[in-house]
Design a protein. Structure first.
Length: 146
């Protein structure tokens, strides 16, 4: 594991209880893999399942984790991202509240401060959900696109 739960908050703008990743498993310049161990205490777990909004937030935070780790490697401040669009969301099965999620993102396109990513969420080898997202990055939390 490249980054574990103890060091993760240095790379993300989110704070508990809204943190939907707990480890960075793999990183490449155009991809990364995160993990999240679910529990019934998670905000998006209800009736023993992890719901769609949680899956989408997990995908987005995996992209944020990629951005934060890239910034740390370049000794730059992590950039904050905002979801501009969610496209082609497919839900195959809702995870149980005790599953461990593995989420992979791939950057399909990057132009200036905009990214198009493809995200896939797995439990073991079973695909639970996938989507494409447009994400817009800003510098330093000042709200201005760079």
């Amino acid at each position: 594991m490249l980054v574990d739960k103890d060091d993760l908050l240095q790379l993300l703008p989110q704070r508990p209880p809204m943190v939907m990743v707990d480890g960075l498993m793999a990183y490449q310049t155009d991809a990364c893999t995160s993990r999240l161990q679910l529990s019934s205490a998670n905000l998006f777990c209800k009736d023993s399942v992890f719901h769609e909004a949680g899956l989408i937030e997990n995908m987005a935070q995996t992209a944020a984790l990629h951005s934060g780790y890239a910034g740390q490697q370049d000794q730059k401040q992590a950039r904050t991202g905002y979801i501009g669009a969610l496209k082609r969301f497919s839900l195959y099965k809702l995870p149980s509240d005790n599953d461990a999620l593995t989420t992979e993102i791939n950057i399909l396109h990057k132009l200036l401060d905009a990214l198009v990513i493809k995200a896939s969420v797995y439990v073991e080898d079973h695909l639970m959900a996938e989507a494409e997202m447009n994400i817009f990055l800003i510098d330093g939390g000042d709200g201005k696109l760079s």
